[in-house]
Ligand binder design. Structure first.
Ligand code: BG6
Length: 478
């Protein structure tokens, strides 16, 4: 591998989301959001992927891990100092919409919430760390879900516009890198998080889901335009959950099926946000599923005017597809479906480990969009063991990250323009899909457990020192 694959200004860092780290779920006038009503453990997984979720808190039946999370709200100084010690150039985080507009439909923002993020950004800048901010990361105000039906309701565009313009204006001198909606395409498989409603029957997957998407696309375009107007030197991206789809074999039926799955899941949202128009392939899908979007005057022009500057995406695994598959073949644990790939090992949660898939993803995305790319999530969720002397030897995590960083280096040599890498869960936190603390991604261990016990003490893992060297050598020492 040749040296200096990574550009000098490459944004090395780590990624988080407000609801998974902050805790303090009722402090500072914060309102409840979707993550606050998701319990921990297997129940969460069931709620996310099966019909019938009620968006209520049942304190006698479940534990709600996001309520305290890892208490970043009070411990951010210590945590940011640790990120700085690793040499982070960038820190990806999200703003909790409900800290700024507790219910989502207020006219005036909550000053306490705004002041909190001022403190965070100031602390990051103290160490020369660039904030990379997701405006909405699975944190929709619960009130908007219950009273308005989430993104199915067009009025939500106005509420989001107010929220986005408020934070863009407030932080215009502190934040240069933005993203609108986290993993926007994930609403196709788990709308609770991204679209703010639960599927009740099969029909909900079609008309209501795609109408909600249309509203979200318009809202995203409004935020992009506002960002360019308010912060002229800023860059604002989309954020896609990208898992390249492989055909299980060379049977053309399977190849075509894999292509269609890739178009719908991987490209549909990006095509609208990057190219500013609905892709050709979706028209047939709409026709076959009797989807008739309510598109109002000016919407399509807005989509064109609000195209993003870069393509942010998460990469954890690839997906292998077959047109007809049995339950036994299914890729267990993989939230996006598919069949097991005989060439790949999987994590303890069944996510198939495929570094070459990252190089493939980078090439596919760059070929399609010719816009700078940013890997804003990637990492290994694993069980960690604290030794008697307090050390944590997470070599499996180092191996995973090393191979993925090598793959990025190869993609850069392939000609891909890559802005940065913020690995997921730079500090242990609540898992989004399972609500567990034991599914750990961090370079920093947090003493917090699935039953809610733990001192919240932070410890440096072996990967902490490894990543510090990676950053110091700009990816040369792996
Ligand atoms: C992404 C999300 O899907 O994956 C994060 O943007 C999430 O919020 C991450 O935490 C890892 O998933 P999980 O379920 O292991 O936490």
């Amino acid at each position: 591998m040749s040296k200096n694959q990574f550009p000098e200004d490459f944004l090395w860092g780590g990624a988080t989301a407000a609801n998974q780290i902050e805790g303090a779920y009722k402090e500072g006038n914060k309102g409840l959001n979707v993550a606050d009503v998701l319990p921990g453990g297997k129940e969460r997984y069931n709620f996310l992927f099966n019909p019938g979720f009620d968006f209520e808190i049942h304190p006698d039946s479940y534990y709600y891990p996001n309520h305290e999370a890892i208490d970043f709200y009070h411990r951010y100084k210590e945590d940011i100092a640790l990120f700085a010690e690793m040499g982070f150039k960038a820190f990806r985080m999200s703003i909790a919409w409900t800290r700024i507009f507790p219910n989502g439909d207020e006219v005036e923002p909550n000053e306490e919430g705004l002041a909190f993020y001022d403190r965070i950004f100031d602390e990051l800048h103290k160490y020369g760390i660039e904030p990379v901010v997701t405006i909405s990361h699975y944190e929709m105000p619960l009130h908007l879900v219950k009273e308005y039906g989430g993104w199915r309701n067009r009025q939500v565009i106005t509420f989001f516009e107010r929220y986005a313009k408020t934070v863009l204006t407030r932080y215009k001198d502190k934040v240069k890198y933005w993203m609108t909606f986290n993993e926007i395409n994930s609403g196709l498989v788990m709308p609770i998080n991204g679209l703010g409603f639960a599927i009740q029957n099969e029909e909900d997957q079609y008309q209501p889901t795609f109408q909600a998407y249309h509203h979200q696309f318009v809202a995203s375009a409004i935020a992009v335009k506002a960002c360019h107007e308010i912060i002229p030197n800023s860059q604002i991206g989309c954020m896609i959950l990208f898992a390249p789809v492989y055909s299980f074999d060379s049977n053309p039926q399977n190849v075509m099926y894999s292509l269609q799955e890739e178009q719908l899941f991987n490209y549909f949202c990006g095509d609208v946000q990057v190219r500013g128009e609905y892709p050709a392939f979706i028209k047939r899908y709409f026709k076959e599923h009797d989807i008739k979007l309510d598109i109002q005057d000016g919407d399509l022009a807005l989509l064109k005017e609000g195209v993003v500057d870069y393509v942010g995406f998460s990469y954890y695994m690839s997906r292998t597809e077959k047109k007809v598959k049995s339950d036994e073949e299914s890729s267990e644990g993989n939230v996006i479906g598919g069949v097991r790939n005989p060439f790949l090992e999987a994590s303890d949660w069944g996510w198939e480990i495929d570094p070459e898939g990252l190089r493939i993803s980078l090439n596919k995305l760059y070929d399609r969009y010719q816009k700078p790319l940013f890997v804003v999530e990637n990492g290994l969720g694993a069980y960690d063991k604290v030794e008697e002397d307090g050390s944590i030897h997470d070599d499996y995590r180092i191996d995973y990250l090393r191979e993925h960083i090598k793959a990025m280096g190869e993609a850069i040599e392939d000609g891909v323009e890559l802005m940065g890498y913020t690995s997921w869960g730079c500090i242990d936190m609540v898992s989004m899909s399972t609500g567990e603390f034991s599914k750990r991604y961090g370079y920093i261990y947090v003493d917090k457990h699935d039953d809610g016990s733990g001192t919240l003490e932070r410890k440096k893992k072996k990967s902490f020192f490894w990543y510090k060297d990676v950053i110091a050598t700009n990816g040369e020492k792996l």
